[in-house]
Design a protein around this ligand. Sequence first.
Ligand code: AMP
Length: 396
Amino acid sequence: MNTVRDYDFSGKKAIVRVDFNVPLDDHFNVTDDTRIRAAAPTIKTILEKGGSAILMSHLGRPKNGPEDKFSLKHIVTKVSEHLGVNVKFVSDCIGEDVEAEANNLKAGEVLLLDNLRFYKEETNGDNAFAEKLAKLADCYVNDAFGTAHRAHASTTIIAKFFPKDKMFGLLLAGELESIEKAIKTGKAPLTAIMGGSKVSSKIQIITQLLDKVDNLIIGGGMGYTFSKAKGGKIGNSIVEDDFLETALNVLKEAEEKGVNIYLPVDSLIADDFSNDANTKVASAGEIPDGWEGLDCGPESRKVFGSVIEQSGTVLWNGPVGVFEMETFGAGTKAIAESVVRATENGAFTLIGGGDSVAAINKYGLADQVSYISTGGGALLELLEGKVLPGVDAVLN
Ligand code: AMP
């Protein structure tokens, strides 16, 4: 894989697609700088190797052209802090002013362009717009994993203007290598934990995973569609009746392929979708009417924990309960702790998808697993077996 490590940047200007779509408070302070921190090693590498960097990103969802609240000017100080250089800023991303600033850029300097999405041409994947961006630099670096599944001008189309001088940043390369390690070259047994609310949003991934994993733990809301499909009583638990047959097919296919499927054997059930609801534990398939399953129960936690802790590789996507409410967080917390123990035992553990990352952060265990993916949609599409346009454009 061609990365910034392999390229000679001396005297070269690199245009770098980063994901600086960071949250801002009402006073435009960056409230979570994870994404800026994550892109810093790539930019520093370019500078250390004698190049200069032109950074481009989107921020939020501007509707019709420039909007002050979505300007990247708000993050210049934060980016400067992380890079240890005074980052220059230009209040546009194409045009004469931008070209003049780019021309003046010297080795070791960094220029941040304003929000790409002030132009609808960005998300439309417009060729002429991509060409204008490309004109600013000698080489192209894609380090934005979070948008690699989009064929936007700056993530995909621009690459063709650099047939030889295009490469991945360290963050994006690290994401691809980690996912490859988790699903292709990892140590057996490989266990995937799939949680979340709906079968419908995860079914493609589950189907793909059946060809790769040894164990598949299915938890969260989607477990109840499986439970009902097997003839269980699920009370008022979340269910997708259109997916009952799909669920049965998954179970059948798993058996044919020798994949062990682990569904919850018990649930923490509640008489209301609320932190203050009355709760009790029910066996799987025995949830009375008027009650709903909002977390996996104590026996399930033991079974899941034992499978996870004996794994060589673990992939976790989605909470196994409504962990946002304290009352229903024990299952997800137990999964997080088991993933940490698996890591301590020598397993490669990868966590991805907004909610499971939020969960591992909530329990303060993020630094005790092997890899946390920064990509939501991009990760899911990779796991679904799709080729990401942003990755393909750099590779081919
Ligand atoms: P997803 O976006 O499909 O990954 O789903 C994540 C959401 O699933 C989280 O907000 C959880 O609160 C929710 N969830 C997990 N378990 C359940 C459950 N048993 N019933 C309802 N929602 C759930």
